[in-house]
Design a protein around this ligand. Structure first.
Ligand code: NAD
Length: 432
């Protein structure tokens, strides 16, 4: 990859270009625009760790606090070898935008550790997390900055953070993190929230366009937390899920996958989706011919002849190379940053509707906000109540983005950014 390509796919550069394009369409104070181009605070820490075998290593940790005009910084912690400051800055910025789009009273933050957690024992992972927490403790807190799980982090890790934070500060503060297990102050429905939220957004948009979801075909790239729940809820709503993939390949069943649950169980057993051709509850490669199915690569899934394609895995999945080949009418961005700027322009030219990540996958942070609220009020809400609140929030946000898009004659992505930037501006105290 040459320097130009690296620059092009640099998420922070992309975030800045998206922000500047939106700012041009508003008349916000240039000082605020500049403020949004620069995170409020970035923190880089070293996390020394004694390994189980007695050797020692050091890892780099990050926390970016992008903006807190609308409320405490909020965003995940990612444990991945490729975590770096530019990625954290872009993801923190997207959290500022996302939280404003869905109208939750949070700003944007993000962080993580450059580490492959799969190479660590559970004890090493706990020591690493606790040491990292001690380093960032002075800048987090329920009213200041509230981390959550992201790629390769989970409820258990959040519990260690809350516990270590309480030790360091002497204040038991359940609301210092979200995404906790239910017994430790987590919310009902958080696990399903991102996929379910995406299904609400898609259905609202189709209803507005007077399109019937029954039998609309869907291909989903990524069958982790987000892809799995999205597939389940869309299937339940009558969509025809025809293709699914994970990092080890995928399946294409043109007639539609009969049971998402059966595929899920098969994947659990085999460790991958490829080969999970299920007829009833029996999943076997020999069923392939019965259901007219075939294996597909993870790239091919994005260019299948379907109505809706869903990138739900990684950043930069849709690029200028494959955007031209996309046949779907709708792209539902469930991953963060799955479409490069160049690909976005190609999709727009082709008249493909892109439902942007900052709206489509905001269900997760919406329920994180409900968790934070329940912790603050010492309440525990029923799952049905959480889902009802989530639906209202996602429907309202989708409605706003669609009407701004119509009124200003811009894409849904630009409409989401304009909505967010204007909301942030209206919450800001004017600076002399
Ligand atoms: P996950 O780790 O649970 O699942 C990721 C899935 O993607 C796995 O099935 C993995 O096999 C698959 N994958 C990886 N590389 C792939 C490739 N090249 N092709 C096809 N599949 C591939 O992660 P997740 O929580 O489901 O998150 C997925 C995306 O959604 C990420 O971009 C994440 O930032 C974003 N997101 C997640 C949430 C949430 O609440 N979990 C909220 C907002 C956004």
């Amino acid at each position: 990859m040459n320097t130009k390509d690296i620059q092009k796919n640099n998420p922070w550069q992309r975030a800045l270009r998206q922000l500047r394009a939106a700012v041009k369409r508003t008349n916000i104070d240039p000082l605020l625009a500049l403020q949004l181009e620069n995170p409020d605070r970035v923190m880089e820490v070293s996390v020394p760790l004694r390994m189980d075998d007695g050797s020692v290593r050091v890892f780099q940790g990050f926390r970016v606090q992008h903006n807190n005009i609308r409320g405490p910084y909020k965003g995940g912690l990612r444990y991945h070898p490729q975590v770096d400051m530019d990625e954290a800055k872009a993801l923190a910025f997207w959290m500022t935008i996302k939280n404003a789009v869905v109208g939750v009273p949070f700003g944007g933050g993000k962080g993580g550790i450059a580490v492959n957690p799969k190479e660590l024992s559970l004890e090493e992972l706990e020591r690493l997390t606790r040491e990292f927490t001690r380093k960032i403790a002075p800048i987090i807190g329920p009213d200041v900055d509230v981390p959550a799980p992201d790629v390769n982090t989970n409820g258990k890790i959040m519990t260690w953070i809350a516990d270590e934070y309480a030790r360091v500060t002497g204040a038991a503060a359940t609301a210092v993190v979200t995404g906790k297990p239910i017994g430790q102050g987590g919310s009902e429905g958080r696990t399903e929230a991102t996929g379910l939220g995406g299904s609400y957004v898609l259905q609202y948009l189709l209803k507005k366009r007077k399109l019937d979801p029954k039998n609309m075909t869907v291909a989903i790239q990524g069958f982790g937390n987000v892809g799995l729940y999205l597939a389940r809820y869309l299937h339940e709503a009558g969509f025809k899920i025809v293709a699914l993939s994970d990092s080890r390949g995928g399946i294409y069943v043109p007639k539609g996958i009969e049971s998402i649950g059966a595929v899920e169980k098969c994947k659990e057993k085999k460790g991958m989706l490829a080969g999970c051709y299920c007829v009833g509850s029996v999943c076997d490669v020999s069923n392939k011919d019965v259901i007219g199915a075939r294996e597909i690569s993870s790239d091919e899934i994005l260019t299948l002849p379907v109505d809706i394609v869903v990138p739900a895995a990684l950043e930069n999945a849709i690029t200028e190379k494959n955007a031209k080949k996309i046949k779907a009418n709708i792209v539902l961005e469930m991953a963060n940053g799955p479409t490069t700027l160049e690909a976005d322009a190609i999709l727009e030219k082709k008249g493909i509707t892109v439902i942007p990540d900052v709206l489509a996958n905001a269900g997760g942070v919406a329920v994180s906000y409900f968790e934070w609220e329940q912790n603050r009020k010492n309440e525990h809400w029923k799952k049905a109540d959480v889902f009802a609140r989530l639906k209202k929030l996602m429907d309202d946000a989708t409605d706003t983005v669609i009407s701004v898009s119509k009124k200003r004659k811009v894409s849904l992505r630009e409409a989401a950014y304009i909505t967010a930037v204007e909301r942030i501006a209206s919450s800001a105290t004017p600076k002399p």
